[in-house]
Design a protein around this ligand. Structure first.
Ligand SMILES: Nc1ncnc2c1ncn2[C@@H]1O[C@H](COP(=O)(O)OP(=O)(O)OP(=O)(O)O)[C@@H](O)[C@H]1O
Ligand SMILES: [Mg+2]
Length: 262
């Protein structure tokens, strides 16, 4: 499905996905997903293991193209002009992707060069590291950092080119509660202060409860979307966890606050 030639998308819509389909052989990972995220909005993508969250991220970051459907980032057709969308996109992937032998600053400088940011990008690195709580760690190798601090480096790297849309794929897996809270607070502050739009994939209900909106994905399909309160009310449950388990089934083990292996 092609997007209209003229941009008829609502102003302020940062991400617009329409009927995205993606299969791996016989496995239909996404079965027609549509989603809109506005500037400044924090959307949790809540789904159990295998729901299709990372597959959606792979489409949104241009690693795969959908079998069908349309994706627009900041009003540009991402499938026709991916470089325009990629320039506006920051991503923290589910699997860590830092060069562990480089310093914290070295990882960010490398990213700055990849994005062609030049001296202006490099000049932003010190303040960004202060913002994410890594002042004093600039010259440490990433290998020497804790898991939580490595994730903060990945967040700083994802923000370095001033994206309009941030994708966080289970970025808090393996982190202790304090580090999780810090990471989420950092991202929410950027939503409020800079109008950053965020898609935050998680299988943890207590993270989704803190989002502006929640998109419940299961077996490649949307089961519900709305504010946490709207989803609870629509399901006639008393908590989001109950609503999520009612929708996805307790057998998935989803929604529990325990961690899974990274
Ligand atoms: N490269 C691949 N080849 C074949 N099947 C795949 C591949 N990647 C994902 N899948 C399948 O697609 C479905 C969706 O997987 P995906 O990784 O997108 O889910 P997820 O919601 O990110 O899960 P998790 O919470 O475990 O990270 C699953 O059935 C998975 O086994
Ligand atoms: Mg995943």
């Amino acid at each position: 499905m092609a997007l209209p030639a003229t941009n008829s998308l609502t102003p302020g819509v940062t991400l617009d996905v329409r009927d995205a389909v993606k299969s791996y052989g016989d496995v239909k990972a996404l079965a027609g997903v549509s989603m809109r995220i506005e500037a400044g909005q924090f959307m949790a993508l809540l789904g159990p293991n295998g729901a299709g969250k990372s597959t959606l991220f792979q489409l949104l970051s241009g690693l795969f193209v959908p079998d069908a459907g349309a994706i627009s980032i900041c009003g540009e057709d991402f499938l026709k002009k991916p470089t325009l969308g990629l320039a506006k996109l920051g991503v923290v992937f589910q699997q860590p992707t830092l060069d562990l032998d480089l310093s914290v600053t070295g990882n960010l400088r490398f990213h700055s060069s990849l994005h062609g940011l030049g001296a202006e990008g490099r000049a932003r690195i010190p303040q960004l590291l202060v913002d994410v709580g890594l002042a004093g760690s600039e010259e440490k190798t990433c290998r020497s950092l804790s898991g939580g601090n490595r994730r903060k480096v990945e967040l700083a790297r994802a923000l370095l080119h001033k994206p309009r849309l941030l994708l966080m794929d289970e970025a808090t897996v393996g982190l202790d509660p304090a580090s999780r809270t810090t990471l989420m607070a950092l991202v929410k502050q950027r939503c409020r202060d800079e109008g950053l739009a965020v898609l935050w994939a998680t299988h943890l209900v207590n993270e989704a409860e803190q989002a502006d909106r929640v998109y419940v994905l299961h077996k490649g399909k949307k089961l519900a979307e709305g504010t946490p309160a709207e989803i609870v009310a629509a399901s006639a449950c008393s908590t989001l966890e109950e609503a999520f388990l009612k929708m996805t089934g307790p057998a998935s083990g989803a929604g529990k606050p325990e961690e899974k292996a990274a």
